[in-house]
Design a protein around this ligand. Structure first.
Ligand SMILES: Nc1nc2c(ncn2[C@@H]2O[C@H](COP(=O)(O)OP(=O)(O)OP(=O)(O)O)[C@@H](O)[C@H]2O)c(=O)[nH]1
Ligand SMILES: [Mg+2]
Length: 479
């Protein structure tokens, strides 16, 4: 009979990972069946996980990886500096032994493939593992021994305690994000006050027609975004802001709007327009310059292909974007997907390569009739971002189309009840606080810059950068 993890053993695992974590059971072979496809259905793209094996000598051991499992057709090894093997029980007594990955083997921390269960180390595996479908007889799952391949600092120690007779295996998702999300919520809450007063100040002022003061505010806002630098200690030079949304929602137009504001004239850097299929077919990390030849600002707007009812970004590819594996300029293709063998695939992404904020762009004329399948898709992406503690913000575009009073000028946006209703609905739809939903209007057919458009876009950008900073600070604290 398998004796489950004891609280002292769970605590030992927490300590080994670094504290501030929670475990959620994703997969248990005695409950779900022991086969590679079930393992991948339940465990792929979940971020950090811990795999726990129980054997007939009442010994409990396994491995931790900070990387996601992924069941691709072609097997590949994943790079992970944080991976380790462990033993938390030996002959029925709780112990605490940790065996980190060797520095020269970071690239071989785990092995992924559609026919493989969780494999730690190279192809030969450092601990017992399973392939395909595994039979169960006399209370034992028939695992393969593995070759104890030396990728981890085991020094010939046998963590299996001489038995590869496995009675159970569990995979837990490690919620390192829990603490970060809580911290984030607190930070966001403390900012809302500031933000609300900023909003009301600006909009009251616009309504009262005190233009001089308004101009000062616009200038201050512009400067704040212009001078933005990510928290120094993170070593990150610029924040990556990922734009996703349905086809034609205004992602590329937002890139153009921000570009126009800083360039000082209308810019059409990103291709925008109306089409049934997504006009943007490549992944682009767009830089924004202050002035035509000025300095590059410290953020990148990462434009993506639009999500369609039956086409869009594959969830695996989306994880690759979030984790910084996708190369700039990658051509989205519905027949092939990005994988570790694809040209330009970044196998060892750094914090600089990862996404630091997720911006969901929504056409406000669609909020009331949002296509169900697209929403489902976006929810999957939000979930992936949540797992990584990446903050999210919703931009409602095309507000000039929602209300006749905003058609020529959007300076009274916050006084229009229909916009308030849409903000409420979008907050419900995407499960974010109201303060994370910001109405904007993009430049589309304008020939000249307009202050009312700039203020909304800058407020949105300022809030997105605040969120990205929160993520980076949390990341630093969670290291
Ligand atoms: N009136 C108005 N039109 C907008 C606004 N934002 C975008 N548009 C228009 O909406 C259309 C689609 O905008 P894009 O920026 O190309 O949308 P996208 O999300 O990049 O679309 P894909 O790349 O095809 O997925 C273009 O014709 C834009 O001019 C806005 O705020 N107001
Ligand atoms: Mg586009």
């Amino acid at each position: 009979m398998t004796i489950p993890l004891q609280s002292i053993e769970i605590k030992a695992l927490h300590r080994m990972i670094g504290g501030g974590v929670g475990f959620t059971l994703l997969y248990r072979i005695s409950r779900d069946g022991c086969n590679a496809s079930t393992f991948h259905t339940k465990c792929d793209c979940q971020g950090p996980t811990i795999t726990v094996l129980y054997n007939t000598n009442d010994t409990v051991y396994g491995g931790y990886t900070s990387q996601s499992w992924l069941g691709t057709g072609t097997e590949y090894s994943s790079y992970d500096e944080k991976a380790f093997l462990f033993q938390v029980r030996y002959n029925g007594s709780s112990v605490q032994k940790k065996y980190p990955i060797k520095a020269d083997n970071y690239a071989n921390a785990i092995r992924c493939g559609s026919t493989l269960g969780p494999v730690f180390g190279r192809k030969e595996s450092a601990i017992p593992f399973f392939v395909g479908n595994v039979s169960f007889s006399n209370g034992i799952f028939l695992f393969q021994k593995g070759h104890l391949d030396n990728s981890y600092t085991l020094n010939n120690e046998d963590i299996t305690n001489g038995s590869v007779n496995i009675t159970d295996l569990e995979v837990y998702k490690v919620d390192v994000g829990d603490l970060r999300t809580n911290l984030n919520q607190w930070r966001i809450a403390s900012r809302i006050e500031h933000r609300d007063s900023l909003f009301s100040k600006i909009w009251d002022i616009i309504t009262l027609g005190l233009f001089t003061y308004k101009n000062k505010q616009l200038d201050a806002l512009r400067k704040e975004v212009q001078n933005y630098t990510p928290v120094k200690e993170t070593g990150v030079e610029y924040a990556n802001l990922l734009l996703i949304g349905h086809v034609g929602s205004g992602k590329s137009s937002f890139v153009n709007t921000v570009n126009s504001i800083f360039k000082g004239t209308i810019s059409h850097k990103a291709i925008a327009g109306s089409a049934e299929k997504s006009l943007t077919n490549r992944y682009r990390k767009c830089q924004v310059r202050n002035g035509r030849f000025g300095k590059t600002l410290n953020f990148r707007l990462c434009d993506t292909k639009g999500i369609e009812k039956d086409d869009g970004i594959d969830p695996h590819e989306f994880c690759f974007i979030l984790d910084g594996n996708m190369p700039n300029g990658y051509l989205f293709n519905s027949s092939t997907q990005l994988n570790p063998d694809s040209p330009g695939f970044l196998a060892k992404p750094s914090t600089q390569d990862r996404m630091h904020a997720l911006v969901i762009i929504v056409d406000s004329t669609n909020v009331e009739i949002f296509e169900h399948t697209i929403l489902e898709n976006i929810k999957i992406f939000q979930d992936k971002a949540n797992q990584r503690g990446i903050p999210q913000i919703v931009l409602l575009t095309k507000i000039d189309k929602v209300s006749e009073s905003l058609k020529k000028n959007v300076s009274k946006t916050f006084l229009v009840p229909a916009i308030g209703d849409l903000v409420d609905k979008a907050a419900d739809l995407f499960g974010v606080p109201r303060s994370s939903v910001i109405p904007i209007k993009n430049y589309e057919n304008e020939m000249e810059l307009r202050e009312d458009i700039n203020i909304l876009a800058l407020l949105a950008l300022q809030q997105i950068l605040n969120f990205a900073d929160d993520y980076l600070v949390n990341f630093l604290e969670g290291k």
